[in-house]
Design a protein around this ligand. Structure first.
Ligand code: TRP
Length: 452
């Protein structure tokens, strides 16, 4: 397929891997995964999550990169072009459109949490956690959430940071940021793990996360685990697709996917282990919910020698991870705007930034002024954005992409793009045609029978 002449590409395969890992590794791993594990019964959630990564996540990540690279376009035009190539209906572009909006909705609530993280970097560095007890940590967190102005400030800063990178473009924005932040993130993670191993209750943490207890596997746990597999690997909305569209032809999609998926899963598990080790060693509550890392970790940091330093490092790590993920949430929209309007990347970044700034304010008011405003299923604005995207839009997007690649595209086109040996290709194709769609559809059907 011919490519638009002016399109940017990653400098090499490693920058693509770093950027995609940067997209995948984020608040999903460090903030969401531990608290969801805590809320959903520990190991039950972890094991179903791992199964979802293997059976649905990895094949779909290959699928998304493949779609993006073949199309060499933003997800909307890309899906339309691939549909034309397969002589199918142009309606497939709606997969791209839906993804574009899902990205904007995700960034709205993502930026709110990232804002909390930025605030906690400053608190940690200022020594605020020293000697803090559970009640004080909780009270400070609640007081923080009750003050919308401060939340708005931090949220604004994070949106500005994200848009500042995106405006600079693929090579000097996305690629450069990931090249600096990702190695820093891995280094900080190692320090933190070592520390948590030395002072935390690792044995209890490991048994909480891995001792199988299937009695706690409920349909809601399965849906949450599936949704989180999508969220954690950045799948189902075109983020990986658009990153794939900047990828050169000769790079192996299967190998890069495996690398990214394993790195993402490993970071989630390791951070989870480290966090629960600190939670248990300090007699804290694992099921604390979204406030988990903000309410419990400061107590642990406050007790340990060097806790101010380690605590600051920890929240910096989370901020870096969130930053490199947020970039990918808006890149599909930015690339669509620049490829279809006369807008420059700068202008597109302003437009998307302002939109998400407003949406994010609506989300953060759920913690104070709009506490009692409920949208879908009795959820507040924040939870509606989260659940609607994570549990519905992402799996739906993934389902449609799998059906498109498995049933609509010409199989020789797919195989040419993936470049797999025929045995491996057959396994992948079977998974993408049957296993992944059926798994997603089964969970959807169950859920819709369940929601009143
Ligand atoms: N994967 C990121 C995380 O774990 C969040 C994210 C970035 C994302 N881009 C995405 C989620 C695209 C879904 C779709 O924090």
């Amino acid at each position: 397929m011919t490519e638009p002449a002016h399109r940017s590409h990653w400098t090499n395969r490693w920058t693509f891997i770093l950027a995609t890992a940067g997209s995948a590794i984020g608040l999903g791993n460090i903030w969401k995964f531990p608290y969801m594990t805590g809320v959903n019964g520990g190991s039950a959630f972890v094991l179903v999550f791992l199964a979802c990564i293997a059976l649905v996540g990895i094949p779909l990540m290959m699928c998304e990169i493949m779609l993006g690279r073949r199309a060499q376009r933003n997800p909307v035009d890309g899906m339309q072009l691939l549909a034309a190539e397969a002589r199918a209906t142009a309606l497939w572009k709606w997969v791209g459109i839906m993804g574009l909006f899902a990205g904007l909705l995700i960034l709205a609530f993502y930026s709110v949490i990232a804002g909390w993280v930025l605030d906690y970097v400053v608190r940690a560095a200022g020594g605020e956690f020293r000697g803090i007890d559970g009640a004080t940590a909780q009270a400070r967190f609640n007081a923080f959430l009750a003050a919308p102005l401060e939340l708005i400030l931090w949220h604004s800063l994070f949106i500005a940071m994200t848009m500042g990178v995106v405006a600079r473009g693929v090579n000097s924005g996305l690629e450069k940021t990931n090249k600096i932040l990702m190695p820093a993130l891995f280094a900080i993670l190692l320090v933190l793990l070592g520390y948590s191993m030395a002072v935390g209750d690792f044995a209890r943490s490991a048994s909480f996360m891995f001792t199988p207890d299937f009695s706690k596997v409920t349909p809601v746990v399965v849906l949450s685990a599936l949704g989180h597999a999508f969220f954690s690997l950045s799948l189902g909305m075109g983020a990986v697709m658009v990153y794939g569209s900047y990828l050169q032809r000769h790079v192996s999609i299967a190998r890069t996917t495996l690398f990214v998926a394993i790195a993402d899963t490993a970071v989630g598990l390791l951070v989870g282990l480290a966090i629960f080790a600190l939670v248990f060693a300090n007699g804290l509550e694992p099921a604390a919910g979204p406030g988990l890392i903000f309410q419990t970790l400061p107590i642990a940091f406050g007790k340990m020698a060097g806790g101010t330093f380690i605590g600051t490092l920890f929240f910096l790590l989370v901020a870096f991870a969130a930053w490199t993920s947020a970039i990918s949430l808006v890149e599909p929209a930015i690339s669509w705007l620049t490829e279809n309007t006369r807008m420059t990347r700068h202008q597109a970044a302003w437009l998307i930034g302002l939109t998400d700034w407003v949406l994010g304010i609506a989300a953060l008011l759920s913690f104070n002024v709009w506490k009692d405003v409920h949208l879908l299923f009795g959820l507040n604005v924040f939870d509606t954005l989260d659940k609607l995207t994570t549990n519905i839009l992402l799996p739906l997007g993934g389902l449609l992409m799998a059906l498109f690649a498995g049933w609509v595209m010409r199989t020789h086109h797919v195989q040419e793009e993936l470049g797999l040996a025929s045995g491996a290709y057959r396994v992948w194709r079977f998974t993408i045609r049957f296993v992944s769609p059926l798994a997603i559809a089964a969970i959807f059907l169950y859920l819709f029978g369940l929601v009143k």
